[in-house]
Design a protein around this ligand. Sequence first.
Ligand SMILES: NC(=O)c1ccc[n+]([C@@H]2O[C@H](COP(=O)([O-])OP(=O)(O)OC[C@H]3O[C@@H](n4cnc5c(N)ncnc54)[C@H](OP(=O)(O)O)[C@@H]3O)[C@@H](O)[C@H]2O)c1
Length: 275
Amino acid sequence: MKVLITGGTGLLGKILSEKLKPQFDVIPLGDELHLGEDGVKERLSAYSPDYVIHLAAYTDVDGCEEHQNLAFRVNVLGTRYVVEWAQSQNIPVLYMSTDYVFNGEKMSPYFEYDSPDPINFYGRTKFIGEEFVKNYLQKFIVVRSSGLYGKGGKNFVNTILRIAEQRGKIWVVDDQVISPTYNLDLADGIVKILEGNGMGIYHIAGKGAVSWYEFAREIIDISGIDANVIPISTEESKRKAKRPPYSSLETTIFETEFVRLRGWKEALMSYLETK
Ligand SMILES: NC(=O)c1ccc[n+]([C@@H]2O[C@H](COP(=O)([O-])OP(=O)(O)OC[C@H]3O[C@@H](n4cnc5c(N)ncnc54)[C@H](OP(=O)(O)O)[C@@H]3O)[C@@H](O)[C@H]2O)c1
């Protein structure tokens, strides 16, 4: 089976491509797909895949708020082109979405069928993508995840380590709770969905809920770096885009159908050991 991965050069896409290669004919694409521009369908046709994993997105949450036109073109129009093309070819799409489709007011982990209500532009564009996938395709998979880190791209863990080592002091928000997710575990989960012919909405994330501040503290503690982590509020952090105060994800459906997921701390330790 020929599996085309949009966003195949990103933090998730690189590792997922590696994981899929032994079993599938994998086509990882980066920016050359030019998602926000005309001709996406023709470019996809040139590869004639049997399955599309659509990861590509403009993922900078504050950037999306500032450059809404670009975010709309890449995340909304780009996804629409991918989905329309897949529909015309009767090809399944696995679409990667985010915890930021939720408003964060629930204050307990979100289930797969809780109602999305995004509060920033990035979340809105990703939710519209979900709607295209759900409404246009007979066979769809939506995977939501949260706070991704790992080898292969810019991410929170590496940023914390770098700043802590350089400055010995770092300020991190303590009023946003997430489920940090190791890209290796997410990639393994997506492979399981493909192998097991999964369908519908799945949450795949590190088990448990933690604030960015607690997560940063754990990164520093496990690494044994002598640095001071200082909690601040979302308001003090002065970011362009609003963030949900609580976007931890409940993973029961994935775990019932496929395999147990690791706790966020166990996964973090495993990542830091291999760094
Ligand atoms: N990171 C997180 O914490 C997180 C959490 C939950 C869900 N997600 C979702 O997971 C998916 C993957 O995230 P990630 O962190 O791996 O993303 P990433 O590292 O930012 O990579 C983004 C990917 O999209 C491609 N891309 C960007 N603009 C494009 C365009 N105009 N046309 C075609 N391709 C384009 C990039 O290609 P180039 O490398 O060539 O630029 C890259 O391969 C995204 O859909 C994201 O919304 C991420």
